[in-house]
Design a protein around this ligand. Structure first.
Ligand code: CU
Length: 208
């Protein structure tokens, strides 16, 4: 990504345009009145360049509620919710009921731009939607992975190691929250929130 944007960066005089990015991804549990429990990765489709860092956060209502104990592992496009032979695994991260985040984040360095799938190994979280794809292409996209999941009752498997990344202390407070991602991790839910805000504003204007 850097090489394709460097000329533009020079023209604009923006040297930071070409710096490595820290890409935050949230393994999040939420509750929606229509859909019930929602397990998601936010975002669940992203583009990353060599040198970027994926920073996984584990968020939701807290340990003991909605399965507030997540992980992230590199997956295998051919075997949904199963680990890649060589990849990364954070281990299980309980969500702190106060901050709504786990007390640690897990960072993974991006060393190539091949399509890569990641998922939560906890129970049925993966089959219920807690997975995402970096640099999806060809037959290795989020949609292709989703189509291979036979049923939301599929239990995930975890690697037999913790590694391939770095666990770091996390002082963040959950920026998502079930109220923002009411329903799904798609921009749709954001726009419906926006629509609600505009709708309320319009209603107020009419009331005046
Ligand atoms: Cu999970």
């Amino acid at each position: 990504m850097c090489s394709s944007t460097s000329i533009l960066a020079l023209l604009l005089g923006l040297s930071q345009f070409c710096s490595a990015a820290l890409l935050k991804i949230y393994a999040n549990a939420a509750y929606d009145n229509s859909f019930g429990e929602v397990f998601e990765m936010v975002p669940n489709e992203l583009t990353a360049a060599v040198g970027d860092v994926l920073e996984f956060h584990f968020t939701g209502p807290g340990l003991g509620v909605l399965g507030g104990n997540h992980s992230v592992a590199m997956g295998d496009f051919n075997s949904p919710c199963m680990p890649a032979r060589e990849g990364f695994f954070s281990g299980y991260m309980g969500v702190n009921a106060t901050s709504k985040e786990a007390d640690q984040v897990f960072q993974v360095d991006v060393t190539n731009t091949d399509p890569m799938v990641f998922y939560c190994t906890q129970g049925r979280h993966c089959a219920m939607g807690m997975y995402g794809v970096v640099n999806g292409a060809g037959g290795q996209t989020r949609k292709a992975y989703k189509d291979k999941i036979p049923t939301t009752n599929l239990f995930a498997m975890a690697p037999d190691f913790v590694g391939g990344g770095t666990l770091l202390p996390n002082n963040a407070t959950n920026i998502l929250g079930p109220s923002i991602f009411d329903g799904a991790a798609s921009p749709k839910s954001l726009s419906s929130t926006t629509a609600l805000v505009f709708g309320l504003a319009a209603a107020l204007m009419i009331a005046q």
